[in-house]
Each structure stands twice: as structure tokens, then as C-alpha cells.
Write a protein that binds this ligand. Structure first.
Ligand code: SAM
Length: 304
């Protein structure tokens, strides 16, 4: 996964911009945001891998009842679209619909951009750069390091609702970032603690998956709210997706070496050893990564 994509995407990393700085060979964006992961080729390849793991776990790219709507033709927004893979897959499957992906970093494509896709560079902490009642479906996934709890309720959910047409749909996909091992795994636990402490220091929660359904319900803006969850196996050895999930965690931990070594107060060498030990715990014992989705339909204020 990622071989030829990496070659073409490398061009993205050559787009040297004052919005980014390179630390330990990884490129981080400097704009005013909460984000702790890099924005570079390696991270885009990881996001693609994570996309396939989650698509497999949920048996598809979305859970809201929007298939017929997308077949007929609708406008779809992917908030913080990352590599753009979700948007691009749906654009191919639903040629009558029009897809917009918004992200703080530019999306650089490996192929020609489909005519029913548009990417917009924007900081969503400034709101969504679209008119009210524009989209039939708004989707967002893996925004654990984008919105604080307060920003979810005060900014994200009201903005999503504003840009959705009455009767249109929203879907949130998040997780419990604290992976649960089946037996006591000391090094996995150390990595969980580091994540909780780093995100906590920024007012972020490592487990927004537990809250997304409540965000929709408490907003009072949505009806027909549904939810589902899946436990994604992270190891042990032997299953293709369980091994991909191990690589996903390993890649995240490597990508976050710079902030994590500071949070854990360890040297880079010691950090690498903890990561390898945690990976071996996954390989030997396996763990579970709990993923959640919640969706709802924007209330039609004109309805009786
Ligand atoms: C973990 S990735 C998830 C990407 C995509 N949703 C997926 O599931 O593959 C989070 C994305 O949020 C983007 N992001 C972070 N902070 C942002 C902000 N303030 N405004 C817009 N995008 C942001 C990052 O650039 C990154 O692409």
C-alpha cells in the first residue's frame, strides 16, 4: 500500500510553504489549530491504510441512509478530508453527486481530479466556508485532534447543521483512542497514557467516539439519530486487517515521536524501544480498537 502514491505525493512535500515546519523528517503545519499529527506523504499513506481498515470494519464507507439520495444526485461535504480518499471513492461510486473536501492542508492527487470533486483549503476552526443549506450529506471522520469538546458542541455541530439542507444528513465517525489490550500490556498502556496526557494538555479528548451520539442529540438540531460501533482487532499475528491495524498504530506513534518524547520525558532511543515493545505486545496478545459512528437528519424547521 502506498508505493506509487508515495512517489507522486512526494510532490506535495516539495510544496515548501511557510505554513509548515519539518521536525525529525516529518512535516507539521503551523497554522492556528490543535492538530498534533504531521501533514506529509507518510501520513497520507497511513490515512489511506486507516481508511481501508475502517471501511472493512463498518462494511462500507458510510452508515447513514443516504445511498438513494447519492444515486439520484446530491451535494456532499467531507470535513477535514485528509488524503481525500473517502471523497474520491464516493465520487466514483456516485457520479450524479458532487463532492467537496475541506482540509487545512492541500490535497495533492495521484490522478486527474474527477469533475464531480472539489477540494478547499481552509481552517475549520474558523467555521465552514460555505453558505447555509448547501449540502445533502456532511461527513467527518477521525477529528480527535481537530476539535476540543467545547469546539465540537459550540462550533462543529452548529456549523455542520448550518451548511446541511433541511432534511439532509450528517455522519460522525470517531473512536476510543485508548486501545484496550486483552491482557495487561505495559507498553501499550504507556502509549495510551502518553496520548491521553498530550491531547488532554490541549483540551482534546482521546475518546470522542463515546460522545458523538450525545453531541447530535444534545444539539437538538437533528432527528432520526442512529449509531453503531465496531471493535477493530489490533493483532495478534495472522489476520490481514488486524496486522494492518498494528501498522496503523505503529505509524501514528512514529509520526508523533516529537510531541510524545516531550510528553513522556524520554529520549528518542528510549521512545523507539517502547514503541517496538508495544507493537510486540499487539503481535503476541492482540488488542481492540473501538470505533463508533453516529448519524442524524437535520430537522426541517418548517415541518409541523
Ligand atoms: C486524522 S486526519 C483524518 C482525515 C480524514 N477525515 C480520514 O478519515 O482519512 C485529520 C485531518 O484533519 C486536518 N485538520 C486538522 N486540523 C484542521 C483544521 N483546523 N482545519 C481543517 N483541517 C484540519 C488534517 O490536515 C488532517 O488531514
Amino acid at each position: 500500500m502506498g508505493g506509487c502514491c508515495s512517489l507522486i505525493r512526494r510532490k506535495k512535500d516539495e510544496l515548501i510553504s511557510s505554513n509548515f515546519k519539518v521536525i525529525d523528517g516529518r512535516r507539521f503545519q503551523l497554522l492556528d489549530s490543535n492538530y498534533v499529527l504531521p501533514n506529509d506523504v507518510g501520513e497520507e499513506d497511513r490515512l489511506d491504510m486507516q481508511h481501508y481498515i475502517l471501511k472493512h470494519a463498518f462494511n462500507g464507507n458510510f452508515s447513514a441512509p443516504v445511498d438513494q439520495l447519492l444515486r439520484r444526485g446530491g451535494r456532499v461535504l467531507d470535513v477535514c478530508c485528509g488524503s481525500g480518499i473517502w471523497t474520491l471513492e464516493l465520487a466514483k461510486e456516485y457520479p450524479n453527486s458532487y463532492f467537496v473536501g475541506v482540509d487545512i492542508a492541500p490535497v495533492v492527487l495521484t490522478n486527474e481530479k474527477p469533475s464531480n470533486v472539489e477540494f478547499v483549503e481552509y481552517n475549520v476552526l474558523d467555521g465552514l466556508p460555505f453558505n447555509s443549506n448547501t449540502f445533502d450529506f456532511v461527513f467527518s471522520r477521525a477529528l480527535v485532534s481537530v476539535y476540543t469538546r467545547e469546539q465540537w458542541t459550540e462550533l462543529a455541530i452548529p456549523e455542520y447543521a448550518r451548511v446541511i439542507k433541511p432534511g439532509g444528513w450528517v455522519e460522525l465517525a470517531e473512536w476510543d483512542g485508548l486501545v484496550k489490550s486483552r491482557v495487561k500490556c505495559e507498553n501499550v498502556q504507556r502509549m495510551n497514557n502518553a496520548l491521553a496526557s498530550l491531547l488532554g494538555s490541549k483540551g482534546l479528548t482521546p475518546s470522542p467516539g463515546f460522545e458523538i451520539q450525545g453531541f447530535l442529540e444534545q444539539s437538538g438540531l437533528f432527528t432520526n439519530i442512529g449509531h453503531e460501533e465496531r471493535f477493530v482487532p489490533v493483532g495478534p499475528k495472522g489476520d490481514k486487517y488486524a496486522e494492518m491495524a498494528i501498522r496503523n498504530f505503529r505509524d501514528v506513534w512514529c509520526a508523533m515521536k516529537f510531541p510524545f518524547t516531550a510528553a513522556m520525558q524520554v529520549t528518542g532511543e528510549h521512545y523507539d524501544a517502547i514503541v517496538e515493545a508495544a507493537v510486540n505486545e499487539f503481535l503476541d496478545y492482540g488488542a481492540n480498537w473501538e470505533n463508533m459512528k453516529a448519524w442524524g437528519q437535520k430537522k426541517d424547521r418548517t415541518a409541523p
